[in-house]
Design a protein around this ligand. Structure first.
Ligand code: NDP
Length: 295
């Protein structure tokens, strides 16, 4: 079946995700439209991957509209601009790490036009998108997911997690768990460094032992010890995710002091280190707090 997809937002994630849609379109005889606020990026994407750069109004005819923007606020803006032109039967798949409270509101707004809205944030980073191995966590109408499952050409794993907003909720908690793990690892390594312990050796032990985590295995050795801090995911976006988790803690009247601390620490790190730094650079604040580089 020949399909037209559209991808809105060609940032660090959207660029390689939309490239997978273009590949899929080539393989299936479909079309892959791309739109970006800065149009030159969409034109460059079309040249590089064979997608079609479109005006925003031009994406309304797509069968599936994907978005991957910084927050739910930008999705609201774009949705507002397109809303009047959307066709019944379209499915909007929002891959933004959005706010769980935004999703049911956005879904209700689009349902009035016969358009289904799925919150479908992703995990795996730009590299996961390039390898088409992203994990997608989907909230909303399960039947609508069934209609677009085959269009998620950037996915390695798709998990339906529940009603509208559940995808955004799982994503915020996932990222905050990673953030808390990274911060704790940073504190532990700063303490060890102050004692004169070699951190390569310490990580060699930790990564073969029960203290290991994604940050000790795949972030700190490559990004912090090397002092490279390459920007693939902005610290400000991680602080946003931890803030969403903190909102969820309050909304649920839950008792989750580590998650709330995590949100406060990452807000401070984004402010003091820079929201456009790489997320691993949050550990520069741990370094300042300890007068000790983690290297
Ligand atoms: P980037 O900052 O790299 O890209 C942001 C994109 O949003 C750009 O295309 C930008 O357009 C566009 N944009 C910003 N403001 C607006 C606006 N007001 N109206 C329309 N478009 C706008 O972000 P990422 O790709 O890193 O992140 C996108 C989402 O994915 C976030 O929610 C993030 O938390 C999540 N995410 C990121 C991961 C990562 O590793 N980077 C991993 C998993 C999820 P322009 O080019 O014009 O600036």
């Amino acid at each position: 079946m020949s399909r037209t997809t559209a991808f809105l937002g060609l940032g660090a994630m959207g660029w390689p995700m939309a490239a997978q849609l273009a590949r899929h379109a080539r393989e299936t005889g479909g079309r892959a439209l791309v739109w970006n606020r800065t149009p030159a990026k969409a034109q460059a994407h079309a040249r590089e991957f064979g997608s079609e750069a479109a005006e925003l109004s031009g994406v309304a005819d797509a069968d599936v509209i994907f978005s991957c923007l910084p927050t739910s606020a930008e999705v609201d803006e774009v949705l507002g601009a397109l809303e009047g032109q959307l066709r019944p039967g379209t499915v909007w798949v929002d891959c933004t790490s959005g706010h769980p409270e935004a999703a049911p509101r956005q879904a209700a707004r689009l349902e009035a036009r016969g358009v289904a809205f799925l919150d479908a944030p992703v995990s795996g980073g730009p590299m996961g998108a390039e390898r088409a191995s992203l994990t997608v966590m989907v909230g909303g109408d399960a039947a609508a997911l069934g209609r677009v499952r085959a269009d998620l050409a950037f996915a390695g794993k798709i998990v339906y997690v529940g009603e509208s907003g559940a995808g955004f909720a799982v994503k915020a908690i996932n990222n905050t768990l990673m953030a808390v793990n990274m911060w704790a690892a940073g504190e532990g390594l700063a303490v060890l460094a102050r004692r004169g312990v070699d951190l390569q050796a310490a990580l060699d032990v930790i990564n073969a032992s029960s203290g290991r985590s994604y940050p000790t295995e795949a972030l700190i050795p490559q990004r912090v010890l090397t002092r490279a801090f390459p920007v693939t995911f902005e610290l400000g976006l991680l602080a946003k995710d931890a803030g969403i988790a903190a909102d969820m803690v309050q909304d649920a009247r839950a008792s989750a002091p580590l998650l709330l601390q995590g949100a406060a620490l990452y807000r401070a790190a984004a402010r003091l280190i820079g929201s456009d730094a790489d997320y691993s650079a949050a550990l520069k604040l741990v370094e300042q707090m300890n007068g000790q580089e983690i290297r």
